[in-house]
Write a protein that binds this ligand. Structure first.
Ligand code: 13P
Length: 250
């Protein structure tokens, strides 16, 4: 049984004061069980986020970390330090990081391993462009991204990890993949995990959909067999909308 996840990704938005205000607004409004509520915030907000999440059902995520624990890597974020601060998850391989910061599948694989070594869990993002979809190359592209991202990672670690399928054409565009399109690709990813590992591992790994998820469409997406949750950008920043998303079962 896979516990559903609603994970916010604030991207480069909110300062520590705004983070605290958000936490105050959602206090007592998250489900105690049945859904895992996660917020991914910029590095500068994580101290506030972790302190505010303590003693609540909220889980916390960084939006990136480096693949070394420490050293002369100016401006990077240490996964070891994130773990020591109490972070639960790190989002890696977001299409914005691949596109603007030139992250490669190899970087993402190294990051995933370092995150797991530090007792946190990676949320590994993948997704195709509109051109790739229109050329009929989306499945090969996405399954290739997954194969590279998980190379050398054990079945037990992958079963605990999270994958997020985010078609690039649906991010921040208001253009959601239809629930059927999302289900189809998430299923393909699960089949890929079954072929790389085994069916049991594939059945345990949670796979999210991301791209213009909002309170109005979350139920339809979550009703799909293989979709285990949402990675939500814009609609996760307003407390009311986030509370509505995590309470989609009510
Ligand atoms: P939107 O929900 O704003 O489309 O962003 C999706 C996303 O990129 C989450 O990581």
């Amino acid at each position: 049984m896979r516990t559903p996840i609603i994970a916010g990704n604030w991207k480069m938005n909110k300062n520590p004061k705004e983070t605290q205000e958000f936490l105050d607004s959602i206090k007592g409004k998250l489900p105690e069980s049945g859904v895992e509520a996660i917020i991914g915030a910029p590095a500068i907000d994580l101290t506030t986020l972790v302190a505010g999440a303590e003693g609540t059902p909220l889980k916390t995520a960084a939006e990136n970390s480096y693949f070394e624990d420490a050293g002369a890597f100016t401006g990077e974020t240490s996964p070891k330090a994130l773990s020591e601060m109490g972070l639960d998850y790190v989002i890696i391989g977001h299409s914005e990081r691949r596109q603007y910061f030139k992250e490669t599948d190899e970087d993402i694989n190294k990051k995933a391993k370092t995150i797991l070594k530090n007792n946190m869990l990676p949320i590994i993002c993948c997704g195709e462009t509109l051109e790739q979809r229109e050329a009929g190359k989306a499945e090969d592209w996405v399954t290739g991204q997954i194969e590279n991202a998980v190379a050398g990672i054990s079945a037990a670690d992958i079963a605990k990890s999270v994958i997020a399928y985010e078609p690039i054409w649906a991010i921040g565009t208001g253009k959601t993949a239809t629930a059927d399109q999302a289900q189809e690709m998430v299923h393909v990813i699960r089949e890929k995990l079954a072929s790389l590992y085994d069916q049991d591992t594939a059945d345990k790994t949670r796979i999210l959909y991301g791209g213009s998820v909002k309170p109005a469409n979350v139920k339809e997406l979550m009703a799909k067999e293989d979709i285990d949750g949402g990675l939500v950008g814009g609609a996760s920043m307003d407390p009311e909308s986030y509370v509505a998303l995590v309470n989609y079962q009510k």
